[in-house]
Every structure is written in structure tokens, then in C-alpha cells.
Design a protein around this ligand. Structure first.
Ligand SMILES: Nc1nc2c(ncn2[C@@H]2O[C@H](COP(=O)(O)OP(=O)(O)OP(=O)(O)O)[C@@H](O)[C@H]2O)c(=O)[nH]1
Ligand SMILES: [Mg+2]
Length: 281
């Protein structure tokens, strides 16, 4: 759990050792719960990545925050993630929900690589004032620093029980969903202003093979946005497709033929029924 952009999804990918959750430098990237399975000889820890907690106006944003909260209610421990530039006030928006849930919480200051050793302790000490934490850690999801210590701490807090998933499984997300997210990641990074927040991706056809054939639609809210996503002479859509295809090939281990379209689904971020149609349910 945490505010947008603190590095929750980057952390998940680092711990799992594979890109299962998309990450960008823009806030509100993650829109769903993404499950990652960490498995070692003596423990299996299921990490649940969530959308960042924020003040939600539109139906899509409400969906995201509700997703984060319903995921919290499924968890044994709330791992509250923060970053050096956060304040106690911002973090309190997250810890208020954690308190209501009654879950045990640990505080994780991510992006510790941006701070000196001395400043890490100071920031952790100050931010810990936002909640009631069993323990606190400073980590870097980019360098991996501090993550071993955190994992040991989590192991000690978790209840004993059998493995929930097979040892070699890393996520419960279907390939189709992962491909859709990789395409969305490219839309998010390559477009600007309101476009990333007005876009959803829907895989319409997925035929595994050599090459794997994927046809996907990028949904935007208005005709003017469609033009931007396509770009002059189709340049933008081509670049989105090129970058997504490379990531999808890596994921699937096959060559990929990716066909992308742009569709206008008027005001989909504001209409709960449209959200459902686009897979946010
Ligand atoms: N320096 C540094 N940057 C990081 C670290 N972890 C993540 N980042 C960067 O922070 C940005 C946000 O990362 P995400 O993993 O997408 O953040 P998030 O918390 O999942 O964001 P939302 O999905 O929007 O809630 C990206 O540009 C990452 O590269 C870290 O440990 N150190
Ligand atoms: Mg994320």
C-alpha cells in the first residue's frame, strides 16, 4: 500500500525477479491488484501490488482506490511503502485506511538510494509518525539494497501455513492481461498530459504460436485523443507497438505479431459500465 509513484510495482518486480507489474515515472500507473509469488525453501510470501492511494474523483480513480482497499482486507500484513519526498501528511492518507483495517503494518521507505545513510534513519523516524508500525525498513527497489533484511522481517511476522501456490509460479495474472499491461505501459510513457489517464488497452485476439498473434485496441475518451495516440503519419502508435512488442516477446519467449488499433470509447473513465467493459471490474 502506498501513495502513487513511491515504487510499489518496481519493488514487486525486483522481489519476484520478473516484470509482472508495469512501472513508469508517472503517478497512478497501476490500476489493479497484481499478485506476485516469492518462494524460497522456508517460506512463500504472496505480495499484492495495489494502485496508489489518492483523492479519487472519476469512476476509474474510485475503482483504483477501492481495489487497493479490498486488497488490503485480504492481506495478513500491510506493507506501507513511502519515498523520500513524502510527508507525514501525505502518508497519513494511507495509514488512515490501514488503521481502519486493523492490519499489522510495517513501514518501508523505498528509494533509499537517493538518501545518505544518515538521512535514511532521519526520514524513517519522521515518517513513522504517520502510523503504528511493527517495524521499519529502508530499501531500494532499484539496487536491491535492504530488501533481504525486509524479507526476513516479513517472514517472522507471517502466519505459518502451507504453500498457497506451486513453487514455480510467479503470478496468477493471465498472459493476456500481462500483454495488455505492457502495451498500456508504453502508452503511459510515450504520451503526455491527460492521454495516459484517458487510455485503456483491450486485447481482442490472442493466438499463441510462432509468431504469437495479438490484436489489441487502445481505448481513449475523445476523438482528439485518438489523433494524438496515432500521431502524425501513425508514428506514435507505431512506436508504442514496437516497444510493446519487444517486451511481449521477452515475456512469451516467442516472436510476436502485434496489431494495434485506437478506438474512442466516450468518457469511459467516468462511466462504471464502460469501466467494466474494459476489464475494470
Ligand atoms: N531512485 C529510485 N527510483 C525508484 C525506486 N523504485 C522505483 N523507482 C522509480 O519510481 C517511479 C515509480 O515507480 P512505480 O513502481 O511505477 O511506482 P508505484 O508506487 O507502483 O506507482 P503507482 O502504480 O502509480 O501507484 C519509477 O520511475 C521508478 O523507476 C528506487 O528504489 N529508487
Ligand atoms: Mg504501481
Amino acid at each position: 500500500m502506498g501513495r502513487p509513484n513511491v515504487g510499489k510495482s518496481t519493488f514487486l518486480n525486483t522481489v519476484i525477479g520478473s516484470k509482472i507489474s508495469i512501472t513508469t515515472s508517472k503517478p497512478q500507473t497501476t490500476r489493479d491488484r497484481i499478485l506476485g509469488i516469492f518462494d524460497t525453501s522456508d517460506a512463500q510470501i504472496i505480495f499484492l501490488d495495489t494502485p496508489g492511494i489518492h483523492q479519487a474523483g472519476k469512476a476509474l480513480n474510485k475503482y483504483m482506490v477501492e481495489k487497493a482497499l479490498s486488497t488490503l482486507s485480504d492481506a495478513d500484513i500491510a506493507m506501507v511503502m513511502t519515498a523520500p519526498d513524502e510527508t507525514v501528511e501525505l502518508l497519513s492518507e494511507v495509514t488512515a485506511y490501514v488503521r481502519t483495517s486493523g492490519k499489522e503494518a510495517v513501514l518501508v521507505l523505498n528509494k533509499a538510494d537517493l538518501l545518505s545513510q544518515e538521512d535514511r534513519e532521519k526520514r524513517l523516524g519522521a515518517l513513522a509518525g504517520a502510523g503504528d508500525f511493527r517495524s521499519r525498513y529502508a530499501v531500494s527497489s532499484l539496487t536491491g539494497e535492504g530488501i533481504g533484511e525486509l524479507m526476513n522481517g516479513l517472514k517472522n511476522l507471517l502466519p505459518e501455513g502451507p504453500r498457497f501456490f506451486p513453487e514455480d509460479m510467479i503470478t496468477d495474472a493471465p498472459l493476456r492481461f500481462l500483454c495488455q499491461e505492457l502495451i498500456r505501459e508504453k502508452v503511459f510513457t510515450l504520451t503526455q498530459k491527460e492521454i495516459p489517464y484517458a487510455a485503456a488497452v483491450e486485447v481482442e485476439e490472442f493466438r499463441e504460436g510462432e509468431p504469437t498473434y495479438i490484436r489489441a485496441a487502445v481505448h481513449v475518451e475523445r476523438p482528439s485523443q485518438k489523433g494524438i495516440v496515432i500521431g502524425a503519419g501513425g508514428k506514435m502508435l507505431k512506436e508504442i507497438g514496437k516497444q510493446a512488442r519487444m517486451d511481449i516477446q521477452r515475456l512469451l519467449g516467442t516472436r510476436v505479431f502485434l496489431e494495434l488499433f485506437v478506438k474512442v470509447t466516450k468518457d469511459w473513465t467516468r462511466k462504471p459500465s464502460r469501466l467494466k467493459d474494459l476489464g475494470y471490474k
